[in-house]
Each structure stands twice: as structure tokens, then as C-alpha cells.
Design a protein around this ligand. Sequence first.
Ligand code: ADP
Ligand code: MG
Length: 292
Amino acid sequence: ATPMSIMTATGRGAQAGVLIKDAEALERFAKVDTLIVDKTGTLTEGRPVLTDVVAAEGFDENEVLALAAGLERASEHPLAEAIVEGAKSRGVKLAEASDFDAVTGKGVKGTVTGKAVSLGNAMMMQEAGIDDAALTGRADALRTDGKTAMFVAVGGRLAGIVAVADPVKQTTAEAIEALHRSGLKIIMATGDNERTARAVAAKLGIDDIRADILPEGKKTLIDELRAAGARIAMAGDGVNDAPALAAADVGIAMGTGADVAVESAGITLVKGDLNGIVRARTLSQGTIRNIK
Ligand code: ADP
Ligand code: MG
């Protein structure tokens, strides 16, 4: 493309809140055939809110929430914030944690009021040697509603569930529809579980989902698809997404997300509005057409 046509396109993009890093990102985006999107913080607001607390036999809800929130006070995950805020707004006093460990893609564990507490998904329970069968049905029902349900275990016993909801951004549905119409194949990739992912994807007309993906898994997925000949754009917001953003033909970061995601991307959507992807696509294809 001519330097002039590239300057025009990047200038138009910037006006619309779509920051294009360089000519290569612009040119490569015109040839992309597949878009991989992260769920949390990309399709959704990324500001989950506590919705449900379930107690297992022999525990009560406030106890479950106090232990979970006490542990999550030490975590910076958006899920942790939702649990801590939810406890505060319900007037539940946070239990005191003396020890804390985050297990990437699975959850958190530590010592709360002298007891071993683990909190997270089924993989987290498996790792802690906890049988979650008594509450699997309850967890699945919450997930079918599009919520993220996390198990809480105390002193080696399953104690309950805390669940959060993270609404889809207002602009996501129309953007996904326009991107589908433009002929892009869209795949949702998420660390969240299959049921929750499927519930959110169904609302958006996304039929290809890869759930329960560990952070390095998004990059692996991109490497595999590229090796099979696909041209990939990846949209994400998190620290976890940075390797995948860098591995894609074009990385697209939410400006509302982590700095490292923005640094790894060729395109940044300042307000995290996915309609910016539609805009970037039009600009990139217009630039390519100009040079033919
Ligand atoms: P995502 O890709 O959706 O941002 P992550 O890879 O960060 O997800 O986490 C995957 C799953 O691990 C979460 O859906 C949750 O079940 C569990 N998990 C991760 N961090 C935490 C945490 N701080 N507290 C509870 N559960 C967590
Ligand atoms: Mg995310």
C-alpha cells in the first residue's frame, strides 16, 4: 500500500478509537479469515457481579461467602473482586487469610481462619482432592444461565458454590453479527467452563467455542490453526491473552484491558467496543484495494 493510503486509514481509525500500530497490521488484517475472541472482558464487560451463594450440607451461606471473600482479598482476578464486593454489599464480614496462592486458570487456595480453603473450577477441586459431585448439578444449572460458578472447599470438604454473572457488552451482538456477515469465521476461546461459554456464545450466534482453556492454550490454538493455513486475528484483553495476541497474524487488544495486552497487539480498540473490529476490517480492505 502507498504510505499515503496507510496514513489515511490509520487516521480514520484513530478518529473512531481504533489505533493501528503499523502498515503491516493494517495490510495483514485484510487477509484474515478467522477471528478468535476471548470471552471475559472482550465479549463481556469483564466486571462480574456476585449473584448466588450455595451452601453444602453442614455449612451456611454466609460462612461460605466469608471464607471465599477472605481468600480472594489477596487476588487481583476480576472474579475475586466480584466475590469480595459481593460479601461487603451483603454485610458479610471477610474472614482473615494468613496464606494465599493463585493457580492460573483454575482458582486460588490458602489458609483462612486457620483452615485450608480452595476456591475455583472443577480442575481446582481435582487438584485439591475434593469430590464436588454433591454440588455438580447446582453448578451446572448456574452455568447454563451463563454464570461462572466456583466451588469452595474448606478443610478438605466441599463447602459450597459462589457464582458471578458478567453481562455481555451492549455493542457485542451487533459487532459479531457484522463480522459474521463479512465472512469471518469466529471462535470463542475462554478459560471459563464449557456450559457457561456455550450459554454466552448462543446469545451471540457464535457456534465454535473452545472452553476450559489454560492461558498457554490460546496461543497453542492459534499456532495449530495457522499451521493448517488459517489467517488469524485474536481479540483479547487480559495478561493471559498477551502470548496469543503476539502469536496471531493480527492481535487486537481492548484498550480497557491490561497494558501487556495492548503492547502485544497490532490494533487497539480504545473503548473496547468490538464494532472497532468491523471498522478496522473495512479500513484494511480499502487500503489493499487502493494498491491493486
Ligand atoms: P478467563 O479466560 O475466562 O479470564 P481464567 O483463565 O482467568 O479465565 O480462569 C479460568 C477459571 O479458573 C475461572 O473461570 C474460574 O473458575 C477459575 N479461577 C481463576 N481465577 C480465580 C479466582 N481468583 N477465584 C476463583 N476462581 C478462579
Ligand atoms: Mg479476558
